[in-house]
Design a protein around this ligand. Structure first.
Ligand code: FAD
Ligand code: FES
Length: 283
């Protein structure tokens, strides 16, 4: 039977696709990376910055950012923190198990606007998961961008995500990668910087006329990072933010994710700062 275009869209939006888990990697004591494939050799079809709604039949559903770039074919990855009902159940799954995926949903990073620009990719905590999708995209299309700087801040060494990849980004001739942790305790085998992520910005040499900054992190991070960037001459038209809000439907129907008149699930989660900075509760 041939489906009408409308039926196909409805099915993609509302009916989860059963996807197989190819591998599971422990990233930290509370985060795991799931490598997943769509059925029948299909690609997820996302762009960096978008998210999917992940479900387990009979349980519930949660939005999770895609952590891998669409340039890496045949699979996609999700970095999941064990935070509650669905994510706790995901952490109990094994390789070869199936989960439900709806999407991809939401806005993506404005890659066209970033082309030919210096990029400053700033993430805190779990924000490195969606940022990794963009970092991989830059790595695979490096000629399209000028200098790419990666800044990452974690609470402590144990909670740093993607430690092996951070080491590779540090050594890569394509990137400048700097990271810091808020605190260390005695016995931590950690040789990097200690302090808040905002401390990484003042020493940077930034070309204020040709730079786009992207910020993804916990809510508390945004206004302090934005203030440091503005001291460097970067303005709200050069800053992209990704905002996380409690979501239900993921497709603009339930109203759970609204910030004034913006729906985080369909207008966001990725926004130009100029479009949200005046909205109450956005930052
Ligand atoms: C766009 C987007 C991308 C995301 N990407 C990721 C990702 O890449 N990785 C990741 O690990 N997480 C990500 N999250 C967060 C994740 O969706 C949430 O942590 C989700 O609640 C987990 O579902 P759960 O069923 O496991 O937890 P829940 O059982 O929903 O509980 C998780 C926490 O949410 C609180 N909570 C429950 N209901 C509400 C409510 N109505 N309002 C406010 N708080 C509530 C609970 O008290 C608890 O502290 C993302 C969220 C969004 C919106
Ligand atoms: S999550 Fe339902 S409207 Fe955005």
């Amino acid at each position: 039977m041939i489906k009408s275009k409308n039926e196909a869209i409805v099915s993609q939006n509302y009916v989860p696709t059963n996807c197989e888990i190819l591998s599971i990697t422990t990233l930290t004591p509370s985060e795991k990376l799931f490598k997943i494939k769509m059925p029948n050799g299909k690609e997820l079809g996302h762009m960096p910055g978008q998210f999917v709604q992940v479900s387990i039949p009979g349980l519930t559903e949660a939005p999770i950012s895609v952590a891998s770039s669409p340039t890496r074919k045949g699979y996609f990855e999700l970095a999941v923190r064990n935070a509650g009902t669905l994510t706790g159940a995901l952490h109990k799954l094994d390789e070869g198990d199936y989960l439900g995926i709806r999407g991809p949903f939401g806005s993506c990073f404005d890659i066209e606007a970033m082309k030919g620009k210096n990029l400053l990719l700033i993430s805190g905590g779990c924000g490195l998961a969606p940022m990794r999708s963009l970092i991989q995209y830059c790595e695979d299309n490096i000629d399209e961008f000028e200098n790419v700087k990666i800044l990452y801040g974690a609470k402590n060494p144990e909670q740093m995500l993607f430690k092996d990849e951070i080491r590779q980004w540090e050594e890569s001739r394509h990137f400048n990668c700097l990271y810091t942790v808020d605190e260390i305790k005695s016995g931590d085998n950690y040789k990097g910087k200690v302090g808040l992520i905002t401390k990484l910005i003042p020493p940077l040499n930034i070309d204020k006329n040709n730079t786009i900054a992207v910020i993804i992190g916990p809510p508390v991070m945004y206004k302090f990072v934005i203030a440091e960037l503005m001291k460097k001459g970067i303005n709200e038209e050069q800053i992209i933010v990704s905002l996380e809000r409690y979501m239900r439907c993921g497709i603009g129907k339930c109203g759970h994710c609204v910030i004034e008149h913006k729906y985080c699930c369909i207008d966001g989660p990725v926004f130009w700062l100029k479009d949200v900075m005046e909205l109450k509760g956005a930052l």
